[in-house]
Design a protein around this ligand. Structure first.
Ligand code: NDP
Length: 233
């Protein structure tokens, strides 16, 4: 039976590579992005995999749009919901004393609130699937234990919030047989990771897919790295 995944932020970076690799592996992919008309690489992938990669417009900060998409996709069974869309706020580099609070709200809405809203909207479709997996891409920068360099208040706090959202989801959705994990993809060469990043995007995604393929309920509530090793909160 064909597996189905739904992914946010599918037009570039890690999200686009997930679409590429899962599609090549035979999965049906519901690929969500803010601006399908401008998403050239994703449109190309959908053309290469007709009826298998479907593009849907979705700004994850827009809850009405999330609810509307869940209605449109109400008959789906979603084996893997991947909350991938994320932002590193530009002002986060300014450091202490120069916090942009409006930008913090935006980052929080995309990085922390959207993953929960997505699950609230799509929980029925996930619950009726075979795999019943929710993967939220957070970041090691959201680890309290790992914070030895300070700064990045907006990004760190929003990703730490996403981590605790995942932990609560794991507890609340256990009775439905749903597995929820948080993932750190490593420092990956994308627009966000920059050119000096350590890991090519193909490698990070291949590594995460290998770990995801082995996930089960016993892993629910874990914070995992692309190498499969658990990360301290
Ligand atoms: P990119 O900046 O390359 O891509 C970010 C993606 O998120 C884009 O598709 C972007 O769409 C999308 N996005 C941003 N805001 C919204 C929104 N409101 N609605 C829908 N989509 C949105 O980043 P990466 O691919 O590197 O990052 C993917 C995930 O991995 C993020 O959650 C990031 O925090 C996390 N991560 C990345 C690391 C790295 O080293 N690269 C390290 C740790 C975590 P658009 O083109 O429309 O802006």
């Amino acid at each position: 039976m064909t597996n189905t995944m739904l992914i946010t932020g599918a037009n570039r970076g890690i999200g686009l590579e997930f679409v590429r690799q899962y599609a090549a592996d035979g999965w049906r992919v519901l690929a969500c992005c803010r601006h399908p008309d401008k998403s050239v690489a994703l449109t190309e992938l959908a053309k290469q995999h007709p009826g298998q990669v479907m593009i849907h417009a979705l700004d994850v900060a827009d809850h009405a749009q999330i609810e509307q998409l869940a209605k449109v996709l109400s008959n789906e069974a979603i084996d893997l919901l991947m909350n991938n869309a994320g932002v590193y706020p530009a002002s986060d580099k300014n450091g202490f004393g120069r916090t942009d609070y409006a930008e913090w709200m935006t980052a929080f809405s995309i990085n922390a609130m959207a993953p929960l809203k997505m699950v609230e909207a799509f929980v029925d479709q996930i619950a009726r699937s075979r795999r019943k997996l929710i993967v939220t891409i957070t970041s090691q920068m959201g680890s309290v234990a790992d914070n030895s360099s300070g700064g990045s208040y907006l990004y760190r706090s929003s990703k730490a919030a996403a981590n605790i959202v995942v932990k609560s989801l794991a507890i609340d959705l256990k009775d439905k047989g749903i597995t929820a994990v948080a993932f750190n993809p490593g420092w990956v060469k994308t627009d966000m990771g920059g050119p000096n990043a350590m890991i090519p995007v193909e490698q990070s995604v291949a590594d995460m897919r290998r770990v995801i393929s082995r996930l089960g309920l016993a892993d629910s509530g874990k914070f995992i790295g692309n190498d499969g090793i658990e990360i301290p909160w």
